[in-house]
Design a protein around this ligand. Structure first.
Ligand code: ADP
Length: 191
């Protein structure tokens, strides 16, 4: 099993790259953001709980997010591995992920962090807002809040896996295919 964390600030291209990587390496893609949007669009209790946090660009509480992630992992017992996108976003989420994978006799192989500067991110998310229909993509103050939440709460996860020798930074500037090649190279080195 090969389990990868695709890491990076909002708008760094994780979703785009994850879609290509799962084809190449036959992995299951789990995006907590997509899962929350699905729950919201179906107006489930989970979606209703997540909504207020997402609208402000804040993180949904760990207890909610971790439970949802566990259910999703456990619904794929046949998986050859997972790409986690948008998770873990806090140290407690990282600890929960490690514990969950350990229960299954596996672990995180690597955290691949797409590096893109703040101003580029704001421009990309605003552009995406024209078509994504996401309220959190259409307001610059919410976008900047998401970037701050990333720096304060999420970036420590890079060092958490860095201490285990598992974190790598990938240049996230270039064409989609160029960035994909960089990620593939890093993954091939792990196989
Ligand atoms: P992006 O990375 O482009 O901001 P996502 O789709 O990954 O978008 O996440 C959108 C929102 O969903 C986040 O701002 C947050 O409110 C919520 N969310 C997603 N993943 C998590 C998580 N692991 N923990 C807490 N909240 C999350």
């Amino acid at each position: 099993m090969i389990n990868l964390i695709l890491f990076g600030p909002p708008g760094s291209g994780k979703g785009t790259q994850a879609a290509k990587l799962i084809e190449q390496f036959h992995l299951i893609h789990i995006s907590t953001g997509d899962l929350f949007r699905y729950e919201m669009s179906h107006d489930t209790p989970l979606g209703q709980e997540a909504k207020a946090y997402m609208a402000k660009g804040e993180l949904v509480p760990d207890s909610v997010t971790i439970g949802m992630l566990r259910n999703k992992v456990e619904s794929h017992p046949e998986a050859a591995g997972f790409i986690f996108d948008g998770f873990p976003r806090t140290i407690p989420q990282a600890q929960a992920l490690d514990a969950l994978l350990a229960e299954k006799g596996t672990e995180v192989a690597a955290l691949l962090a797409l590096h893109v500067g703040d101003e580029e991110i704001v421009q990309r998310i605003k552009l995406r807002g024209n078509t994504s229909g996401r309220a959190d993509d259409n307001d610059e103050s919410i976008i900047r809040n998401r970037i701050n939440v990333y720096k304060n709460e999420t970036h420590p996860v890079f060092d958490f896996y860095g201490k285990k020798g598992k974190s790598q930074t990938i240049n996230g500037i270039g064409t989609v295919d160029e960035i994909f090649e960089r990620l593939c190279e890093a993954i091939r080195r792990l196989l």
